[in-house]
Design a protein around this ligand. Structure first.
Ligand code: ATP
Length: 737
């Protein structure tokens, strides 16, 4: 038996995975669990794909380093997969030393063998940052629809793909400077030269490894259309340095290094990684991805492997799914549409139930849609009404009428046994080909066969009229349940263990299927699942409708309404305490807004999961160094607003001179006396426990705060914490806003 190396698409780090993305990690998990259960030496690796423009620009926006951003999201991914009970042998990441070493080594080999070419091109260059601008580092006006804020690679308004040089009035997103066009060199993989190697490999590999049909079609069409050279260098900082003179300021393009992540993550998982990656005669590589990733796995990465001249373990089986859609539309990370890994955890529905439906509805050969109605129907009908029902009715019946071991001395029903074994073989061959949806549907239909046999055998009558026959049927059904428990193990590991524990049969494996001996009695039996009630499903459907942003807005409106009703009857201080969250924050970064003379972009540490960005119009009053590292007070639930293209998530408190004209004086209320993260309230009020909804700016300003002898107050009550008040130094008696 060859070893099995299993990988699932490396999720891109800077987002929370939705159910569509989860399809991939789950599919590989089911396959790896099956392989281990059947006795194959198996290594399942995955990890976050971390380099590239998207990470670098996002980190820049949030005022943190790409490494910090990746650390945060890597942990989010890890926790979500842990909740789904995904049994990686190792869940790593691509931003490691091993990745740099292996990527550079492969590149050097390809270069030496003549598969890397250099081409000169014109590109935008920022003279202030002294760097060439990668696509997303430049913005301007779209040459097609004339919308402002078009990115170098694409206009989000008209969706046209752009060359950054075409942009009207381009500017560098980092410093706002107008870039100039300059010549630069980039490196390209010579895919046309690797084509003959690829073609002959693909012809065999796709047949021997019974690739999914979409993988064969996409690969063939790439080959048929003729491969083009592909650029593998980018002008970024967050990436793997290109080990070639003249390329010191460039890194590898993320899609060149990402598939090599499978190799380096294995190297971080085990010191024996070469026995997995350089042992093609004894190792089979099974990869699980979504259809959009096919060419990177069947054309570009294999071409690089072949061009490097090493004796690689190459792709054996390609399990490339179609797409999972959501309630008639598409899942979307950028629009926040669908169900995301972190949402799933607080639905109260166990991981195994989700896992069941994800496979029952796996987009194996065509796109499929997640709908709450179908989810409820399949869980209640198939998982509970069929599988759980068979387990429960059979085992409780046996326990009730056959306390001694007599039942297990009875002969099995050989006809039923033969039918079961026949179907188990079919399930095994589906699993061997990673056709998991078909396998699970067959398992469920085998459970149906059991239910029908129970119904037809009428053991409630027969155990008196024909006790031998009843015992034979029940013993057969008990062993069927044991086999079902084994077969559902890759899909629903917790449920499988529970089922096996009913039979005191914990140590079984896939090779025991149909081989019926060893059960001596039945243990305690309990229900496997709880039915999904209409009310719960309706509640979840409403909760997850629209985008994540719309959901947030809806929640806010509802809370605002109840609060407005309450506010009519309470004092100003109480209104303030129940409506406004003031938090002490530390300014960790100060930058001028590239498109606003009076505006700073401030990054704040508020001791929350993520740092906050606020835009503050205090450039005329404070220099950058006067703000850097100061504690300030943030209105932390102020409704986010856009200031010249930058989003502001709150507002800092400042006092001003009551006699001066508006907006001509400003004293930021520094708060060194409080710890960062402290919540300040009017005296006599404790911080509100629950997360308050956003408050609109005009509502906030309708609750007047002021300084009185230097103490900040509302409605006569000092604002502060534990008897320490927030104070002003300059404008001792005046308004605060
Ligand atoms: N709706 C979907 N159904 C099934 N698989 C999907 C779906 N959307 C994405 N995938 C797959 O999920 C895996 C991980 O995706 P990844 O984290 O790279 O992000 P993505 O959703 O493809 O979007 P992007 O690359 O734009 O961030 C990939 O193999 C991708 O093909």
């Amino acid at each position: 038996m060859k070893k099995r190396l299993v990988t699932s698409a490396l999720p891109y780090v800077n987002n929370i995975p939705h159910l569509g993305n989860l399809t991939q990690v789950l599919s590989a998990d089911v396959f790896a669990r099956f392989c281990r259960l059947k006795g194959y030496e198996t290594l399942y690796i995955c990890g976050t794909d971390e380099y590239g423009t998207a990470t670098e620009t996002r980190a820049l926006k949030e005022g943190i380093s790409p490494r910090e951003l990746c650390d945060r999201y890597h942990a989010i991914h890890r926790d979500i997969y842990e909740w789904f009970n995904i049994g990686f042998d190792y869940f790593g990441r691509t931003s490691t030393e091993a990745q740099t070493e292996i990527v550079q080594d492969i590149f050097n080999r390809m270069d030496k063998a003549g598969y890397v070419n250099e081409h000169e091109m014109e590109q935008l260059y920022c003279p202030k940052c002294e760097r060439f601008l990668a696509d997303r580092f430049v913005e301007g006006t779209c040459p097609h629809c004339h919308a402002e804020g078009a990115r170098g690679d694409q206009c989000d308004n008209c969706q046209t793909l752009l060359d950054p040089i075409e942009l009207i009035d381009p500017h560098c997103v980092v410093c706002g400077t107008t870039p100039v066009v300059k010549k630069t060199k980039h490196l390209y993989i010579d895919l046309p030269k690797a084509l003959p190697l690829l073609e002959s490999w693909m012809e065999n590999a796709s047949k021997e490894g019974f690739w999914a049909n979409n993988a064969i079609q996409v690969t063939k069409s790439w080959i048929r259309d003729g491969l083009k050279e592909r650029c593998i260098t980018r002008d970024l900082k967050w990436g793997i340095p290109v080990p070639k003179p003249g390329y010191e300021k460039k890194v590898f393009y993320v899609w060149f290094d990402a598939p090599i992540g499978y190799v380096s993550i294995s190297a971080n998982a085990t010191k024996d990684w070469k026995k997995w990656w350089f042992d093609p005669d004894n190792t089979e590589l099974f990869q699980f991805i979504g259809k959009d990733n096919i060419p990177f796995h069947t054309v570009i990465f294999p071409s690089c492997q072949l061009a490097s001249g090493l004796d690689w373990t190459m792709l054996h089986h390609m399990s490339s799914t179609e797409y999972l859609n959501y309630e008639g539309g598409k899942f979307s990370k950028s629009l926040g549409i669908g169900i995301f890994g972190n949402d799933v955890q607080d639905t109260g529905i166990p991981a195994d139930v989700w896992r069941f439906y994800m496979f029952y509805n796996r987009p194996e050969k065509s796109d499929v849609t997640f709908t709450w109605a179908d989810f409820q129907e399949k869980v209640n009908g198939e998982l509970i009404g069929n599988l759980s029902n068979l387990v429960n009715r059979t085992l409780t019946f046996v326990k009730r009428f056959y306390e001694d071991e007599a039942l297990f001395d009875a002969p099995i029903d050989s006809d039923l046994h033969a039918q079961i074994v026949e179907r188990e073989k079919k399930i095994d061959s589906f699993m061997e080909r990673a056709e998991e949806r078909d396998a699970l549907r067959q398992i469920i239909s085998l459970s149906s066969l059991g239910n029908k046999a129970f119904q037809a055998g009428e053991p409630w009558k027969m155990h008196k009229e024909q006790p031998e026959k009843a015992m034979s049927l029940l013993k057969t059904l008990v062993y069927l349940i044991r086999d079902l428990a084994v077969m559902v193990q890759p899909f629903m590991p917790e449920t499988s263990l529970k089922m096996l524990s009913f039979l005191h049969a914990e140590n079984t494996n896939w090779n025991d299927l149909g081989n019926w001996e060893g059960i001596q009695g039945i243990g305690d039996v309990s229900l496997l699942f709880t039915k999904l009630e209409d009310s719960l499903i309706e509640q979840l459907r409403t909760r997850f409708s629209g985008s994540q942003e719309e959901r947030e807005q809806k929640k806010t409106k509802e809370l605002e309404k109840t609060m407005d009703q309450k506010e009519d009857q309470v004092s100003l201080a109480e209104q303030f305490a129940s409506r406004v969250v003031l938090k002490v924050a530390k300014i960790t970064n100060v930058e001028k807004h590239p498109r606003g003379d009076k505006l700073y972009i401030l990054t704040l540490d508020v001791k929350e999961e993520e740092p906050r960005t606020i835009i503050s119009s205090i450039v005329p009053y404070y220099k950058e160094e006067e703000l850097q590292d100061q504690n300030i007070v943030l209105v932390s639930n102020l409704k986010p607003a856009n200031f010249r293209g930058e989003k502001s998530y709150g507002m800092l408190l400042a006092a001003s001179d009551p006699d001066a004209e508006e907006h001509t004086t400003c004293e930021v209320l520094f708060a060194p006396q409080f710890e960062v993260g402290s919540v300040l309230t009017p005296e006599g009020f404790s911080p509100v426990e629950e997360k308050l909804p956003y408050i609109k700016a005009d509502h906030f300003f309708s609750m007047p705060i002021y300084t009185e002898s230097g103490v900040v107050k509302i409605d006569g009550k000092p604002i502060g914490k534990d008897g320490v008040a927030l104070t002003a130094k300059k404008y001792l008696n005046g308004p605060v806003g």
